[in-house]
Design a protein around this ligand. Structure first.
Ligand code: GAL
Length: 963
C-alpha cells in the first residue's frame, strides 16, 4: 500500500483548517517591482532549431527569485511543468517526442527524477550510456526548448524499486537517507557522478536546468545535517541554480525545509488532492486536500512541486479510471484554485507522461508494469482529453505570465461579488498593470448544481456568469494585451498573439453557455462578425464594446478602428479552443493532432505537425505559403486573414497475426527441478538465504536444497519474501509440491518481515539415508520504497528467509542462483533491472539471437502445473515510413493458472497473468521495436496450475503521419 493512501485519508479536518489559514497568510501582498508584463518568457529552442534568449543562448545567465516568482536573467518567469521519467521510456529517440508534446501543450518546463539504481548495478559502477544517457536527455530538453528541474534524489520514491535507491545499498551499513557514514559514502558516489552531468547543463552555463531538487518528501525520521550535506556537496560540485525540495503533505509535517539547518532556497510542496482511489472516480472529490498550495517561505515564490496530474492504480481499476479521477473537471477546479488562491508561479504536474515499469523497475506494492498514471499523455504516447485541458490552461498561463508572475490577493472589497451564495469568487491583481484574475467556482466544493449569478465589480460594471457542475473559471478584467484592453469577460482566455500588425485573441467557454466580452476603445470601432453569432453594442460614455454570444463552434469577430490596432477575436468552446496550438514563436494554428512547431519565415509558414486523419489546418498569419514537415502544401488565404490547407492522414497499418501457436516455438525452461541438475557453479547459501547478500537483486531466484532424509520428514515449511504480487513454487526430487504467495511489505509498525505465514508443503516419502533435492523458484517483484526513511522497509530481504523440516533433525544445505553475473552485469546495455535468474534468462533465450540451448519444438497452448515454458517467435511489423505508429501486445483476461514475462528483442517489457495486475495491453516502446525490421518476441510462462496459454496479438495504439 502506498503510504499516502492510509496516512492522508486519515487527516483530521483540523489540519485542513490549518492549511487554509496558512494559505490565507500567503495572500499578503508585498511591494511591486520588476520588468514589463505581457512578455511571456518561454525558453527558446536551441540555435539549430530556433532562436531566443532561453537555454542554449550561451553562458552568463542568472536564475534568481523573490517572493513572487523565479527571475531568469532578471525577467519574471512562470514555470509550468510536468514530471517525466526517462527510465520509464527506454528509447532516447522518443524522449524528444514526449518532450515536444509537453512543449506543444504549452508547458515550458520538465521535471526530471534521476534514478540512482537504474544507473548503478554495483557499488562503484555507473552507466550513463544508451537508454541511460542522461547527458543526451538534457541536450534533448534544451533542443526542444524547455527548462528543467532536476531531481537526483538520492531518494526519489516514484513507485520504483527501492524508491530509486540501488539494491546493493541494502548491504551497506548505516540508515539510508541520513547522515550515517556508510550511507553518506555511498550517496556521495552517486551525486558525484550525476552532478558531473547536471552541472554543465545549468542555465547559468547555457543549459536548461533552472532548479535543483534535493531529496524527496523528506518529512519523517529526518536528519537536517543530511539535508545540509546534500546541498553543500551540490554547491561544491558547481550547482549554482536555486535549490528546492518537494515537501509532503500535511501542515503539521515538519520540517518544511524553509528555515534552519538543511533549509533550501525555494521550498516546494506536493499535493495529491484526489487520492489514488481510481475505482471511485465517479464520486471522489478532493478527499486529501482542498487544492491550495501553502506559502512555505516569505521571500520565495510558491512552488507546487508535485501537483497531482494522474494517479497510481492502487486498486487495479485500470488507468482509464485514474484518468477520469484526475480528468478535466478536477483539473479545472483544483489547478485554477491553486493559481488564484495561492499565487503560485511554479507548477509541476506529476505525471505528464508516466511510461512503463519495464523489467523490474516497479516498486512492488503499488504498481504493475504500466505506469501510465492516467496522465495527459498515455503510455503509448497518445494525447488525451486531459492533454486538451492542459493545453487550455498552459497556453493561458503562458500568454498571461507577464501579469501572473506578480500578483497580490485582492482585498475582499476588491473581489467581484456574485449575487448567488452558491458561487464564490477570489481575485489576484497585478499591482503594476492592474490586470485582475478572478476565480469563480462553487462555494461548496463538491457541488454539482448548475448555478448562475451576476458579478458586481463594485464600479457599476456587472457580468452574468454561470457554473454548471464541477467547474471553475479564471475570469479576466482590466487586462491589457498587445494593443488591446479587455475590460472583462465571462469567457476564459486561452491565448493571444500579435501577427502582421494585428492582435488575435482566443477565448472560450463551456458549450451552450452564454458569454460576454467587453473591450475598451477610445471611439466606436467597427466590429464584423465573420463567422458564428454575436450581438455587438457600443457604450460611448465608457468606451466599451460589448459582445454577447453563446459558446458554440468558433465565432470570429474582426474589430478595426477605435484607436487600437486591428483585433481578430475568436470565441470558441472548450473543444474548439483545444483544436488550437501556439508555437514557441507565437504562431497560432488550428487543426492537426499535434503541432510540434510553427514558424513564419518571409512569406512562408513552416509547420511540423502530426495528423491522425485527413483534415484542415489553419494558420493565423499573413504568410502566403505553407510547408508541412518540410514539404510544400497547397494553401489559400481566408476571410479571417489566415492561411488554410488540407492535409492527408496516415496510411493504414496491417499487422501480422501472432496469436496462432503454429508460429511460435516452445521449450521447457525449468531443468533446475531435476534432482541431477548440475548446480556446482551456483553460490553457497548456507550462511544466508537472502538473495541481496549474494548480489542477486532483481527477478527470479532459484534455490536448490539438499538433505539426507531421516525418514521423519513429512512436510517442508518455507517462507519467502517477494513483495506484493509475488509467488514462490516448490519441487522435491522433480515433483511439484505447489506454490504460495510471497511475503510483502507489512503495514504494521515496525514492519514484520515475515508476513504472511510460511507456506507448508507436503513432502513425498523418503527412506532414511536417501538424499532429497528441493528446488524453489522465488519471484522477486522488486524492493520496497523508503518513504518514511526508516530503512526497515527498504532493507527488507528478498528470497527465502526461512526453511524448516518440522520433526526432522536433518539440515538442508542450500545453493542459490539469480541473474547471470549478479552485480557484474552480463548485459550492460539492458542493465540491472532487465532479467532475473530463470534458466532461459541465464542462457539468453530472451535475446534476439537464436538460442544455443534448449529443446525447441512447435508450440502448443497447454502448460502443466509446476513448469516454466518459453515461447519464441519473430515478426516484421512493416510499419509505414514517415509515420509514428504505436504498437502494443494484447493478451486476454489475465489467466488463473500462470503468469508470464515478455521480452521484445531481449528487453523485458512486462509481466502479465494470475495476480500480477489487471493489465492486458503491453506497450512495445518504439525504438525497442524495429518498425521496419525483424523483431523477436519471447515469453517465459511460469505455471502454478495446469492452464492454457493464449498467445498475444499486436494492436495499434496510435497512428500518425509525422515530421
Ligand atoms: C509523491 C512522491 C512521488 C510519487 C507520488 C505518487 O508523494 O514524491 O515520487 O511517489 O507521490 O505517485
Amino acid at each position: 500500500m502506498h503510504p499516502h493512501a492510509t496516512r492522508r485519508r486519515a487527516r483530521p479536518r483540523r489540519l485542513l483548517a490549518t492549511l487554509l489559514a496558512l494559505a490565507a497568510a500567503a495572500c499578503l501582498g508585498l511591494a511591486p517591482g520588476g520588468p514589463s508584463p505581457d512578455a511571456a518568457p518561454a525558453p527558446a529552442a536551441r540555435a539549430d532549431t530556433g532562436t531566443g534568449t532561453g537555454p542554449g543562448a550561451g553562458p552568463g545567465h542568472t536564475v534568481s527569485y523573490d517572493r513572487y516568482s523565479l527571475l531568469i536573467d532578471g525577467e519574471r518567469t512562470l514555470l509550468q511543468g510536468a514530471e517525466f521519467h526517462y527510465f520509464r521510456l527506454p528509447s532516447p529517440d522518443t524522449w524528444r517526442d514526449v518532450l515536444e508534446k509537453y512543449k506543444a501543450a504549452g508547458f515550458n518546463t520538465v521535471s526530471l527524477y534521476f534514478h540512482w539504481g537504474y544507473h548503478s548495478p554495483k557499488r562503484g559502477v555507473y552507466d550513463f550510456t544508451g537508454v541511460r544517457d542522461v547527458d543526451r536527455l538534457l541536450d534533448v530538453v534544451e533542443d526542444v526548448g524547455l527548462y528543467a528541474v532536476v531531481r537526483p534524489g538520492p531518494y526519489i520514491n516514484a513507485e520504483t524499486s527501492g524508491g530509486g535507491l540501488p539494491a546493493w545499498l541494502k548491504n551497506v551499513e548505516g540508515r539510508a537517507r541520513s547522515s550515517d557514514a556508510g550511507y553518506t559514502a555511498a550517496y556521495r558516489e552517486w551525486l558525484t557522478e550525476i552532478n558531473r552531468i547536471i552541472v554543465p547543463h545549468q542555465l547559468t552555463r547555457g543549459g536548461p536546468v533552472v532548479l535543483y531538487n534535493v531529496e524527496n518528501e523528506y518529512a519523517q525520521n529526518t536528519d537536517a545535517q543530511y539535508m545540509q550535506d546534500l546541498q553543500d556537496l551540490a554547491h561544491a560540485q558547481g550547482v549554482d541554480v536555486p535549490i528546492t525540495h518537494n515537501q509532503c503533505c500535511q501542515a503539521s509535517w515538519t520540517p518544511t525545509w524553509a528555515e534552519g539547518l538543511g533549509a533550501v532556497d525555494i521550498p516546494g510542496l506536493d499535493d495529491y488532492p484526489q487520492s489514488f482511489e481510481c475505482q471511485d472516480a465517479d464520486t471522489v472529490w478532493g478527499p486529501w486536500s482542498d487544492g491550495i498550495t501553502r506559502r512555505l517561505k516569505d521571500d520565495a515564490p510558491v512552488y507546487a512541486a508535485e501537483y497531482q496530474g494522474g494517479a497510481i492504480d492502487l486498486n487495479n481499476a485500470g488507468y482509464e479510471a485514474c484518468r477520469q479521477l484526475t480528468g478535466p473537471a478536477y483539473m479545472k477546479y483544483f489547478y485554477k484554485s491553486n493559481l488564484i488562491k495561492s499565487g503560485a508561479t511554479l507548477f509541476s504536474y506529476y505525471m505528464g507522461f508516466g511510461g512503463t515499469n519495464w523489467g523490474y523497475l516497479a516498486q512492488p506494492n503499488d504498481v504493475y508494469t504500466s505506469y501510465d498514471y492516467g496522465a495527459m499523455i498515455t503510455e503509448d504516447r497518445q494525447l488525451t482529453g486531459k492533454y486538451d485541458e492542459f493545453k487550455l490552461q498552459s497556453h493561458f498561463l503562458r500568454a498571461a505570465s507577464g501579469h501572473l508572475t506578480e500578483t497580490d490577493a485582492a482585498a475582499p472589497a476588491e473581489v467581484p461579488a456574485p449575487d448567488n451564495p452558491a458561487l464564490e469568487t477570489a481575485s489576484r491583481v497585478n499591482p503594476r498593470t492592474g490586470a485582475r484574475f478572478t476565480l469563480l467556482r462553487h462555494a461548496d466544493p463538491p457541488a454539482t448544481t448548475d448555478d448562475s449569478a451576476v458579478l458586481d465589480y463594485g464600479d457599476g460594471r456587472r457580468l452574468p456568469v454561470r457554473v454548471d457542475g464541477r467547474d471553475a473559471k479564471v475570469l479576466l478584467s482590466d487586462y491589457p494585451f498587445g494593443g488591446q484592453r479587455l475590460a472583462l469577460s465571462s469567457s476564459e482566455l486561452m491565448t493571444h498573439t500579435r501577427t502582421g500588425g494585428r492582435d488575435v485573441a482566443l477565448l472560450y467557454g463551456r458549450a451552450g453557455e452564454a458569454g460576454r466580452t467587453v473591450l475598451e476603445y477610445g471611439s466606436r470601432p467597427k466590429a464584423e462578425v465573420l463567422a458564428g453569432d454575436a450581438d455587438v453594442s457600443y457604450a460611448r460614455g465608457r468606451g466599451e464594446l460589448t459582445l454577447d454570444y453563446v459558446h458554440e463552434g468558433l465565432t470570429r469577430v474582426r474589430i478595426t478602428g477605435g484607436g487600437r490596432p486591428p483585433l481578430l477575436l475568436l470565441l470558441g468552446t472548450d473543444a474548439t479552443a483545444a483544436e488550437f496550438w501556439q508555437s514557441a514563436d507565437g504562431v497560432l494554428v488550428r487543426g492537426t493532432d499535434l503541432l510540434r512547431d510553427a514558424r513564419v519565415r518571409g512569406r512562408t509558414a513552416r509547420l511540423r505537425a502530426d495528423t491522425g486523419e485527413p483534415g484542415r489546418v489553419e494558420v493565423f498569419t499573413d504568410a502566403r505559403r505553407m510547408t508541412v514537415n518540410g514539404a510544400p502544401v497547397r494553401a489559400r488565404r481566408t476571410a479571417s486573414g489566415s492561411l488554410t490547407a488540407f492535409l492527408p492522414g496516415p496510411r493504414p497499418v496491417r499487422l501480422p497475426e501472432l496469436s496462432e501457436p503454429a508460429r511460435w516455438r516452445q521449450a521447457a525452461g525449468a531443468p533446475e527441478v531435476a534432482p541431477r541438475f548440475d548446480d556446482s557453479g551456483w553460490k553457497d547459501a548456507d550462511s544466508t538465504l537472502h538473495a541481496d547478500d549474494h548480489g542477486f537483486h532483481h527477478g527470479s531466484l532459484w534455490y536448490r536444497g539438499r538433505f539426507t532424509a531421516t525418514g521423519d520428514e513429512t512436510e517442508l515449511k518455507l517462507n519467502a519474501i517477494t513483495g506484493r504480487r509475488g509467488i514462490y513454487q516448490v519441487w522435491a526430487d522433480g515433483r511439484y509440491l505447489g506454490s504460495a504467495q510471497g511475503g510483502v511489505q507489512a503495514d504494521s509498525d515496525p514492519p514484520v518481515n515475515e508476513d504472511p505465514g510460511p507456506g507448508t508443503f507436503t513432502l513425498p516419502d523418503a527412506a532414511p539415508g536417501e538424499e532429497v533435492v528441493v528446488s524453489v523458484l522465488v519471484q522477486n517483484m522488486g524492493h520496497n520504497d523508503d518513504w518514511i526513511a526508516d530503512d526497515t522497509r527498504f532493507k527488507q530481504p528478498r528470497g527465502l528467509v526461512r526453511a524448516e523440516l518440522p520433526g526432522s533433525g536433518a539440515d538442508i544445505s542450500w545453493k542459490i542462483q539469480g541473474a547471470r553475473g549478479g552485480e557484474d552485469l552480463a548485459d550492460r546495455k539492458r542493465g540491472p533491472l532487465n532479467t532475473g535468474g530463470l534458466y532461459g534468462e541465464r542462457h539468453g533465450w530472451h535475446l534476439p539471437r537464436p538460442p544455443a540451448s534448449g529443446d525447441w519444438r512447435r508450440a502448443g497452448p497447454d502448460v502443466a502445473a509446476g513448469t516454466v515454458s518459453w515461447y519464441r517467435t519473430s515478426f516484421r511489423p512493416g510499419l509505414p515510413r514517415g509515420q509514428d505508429t504505436a504498437l502494443a501486445l494484447r493478451f486476454g483476461e489475465p489467466p488463473a493458472g500462470h503468469r508470464l514475462l515478455m521480452y521484445l528483442n531481449g528487453w523485458n517489457v512486462g509481466q502479465y497473468g494470475a495476480g500480477v495486475g489487471p493489465q492486458r495491453d503491453f506497450t512495445l516502446p518504439a525504438g525497442l521495436l524495429r518498425a521496419d525490421g525483424r523483431n523477436t518476441l519471447a515469453l517465459a510462462v511460469v505455471a502454478e496450475d495446469d492452464s492454457v496459454v493464449r498467445l498475444p496479438s499486436l494492436v495499434v495504439k496510435g497512428n500518425h503521419r509525422t515530421g
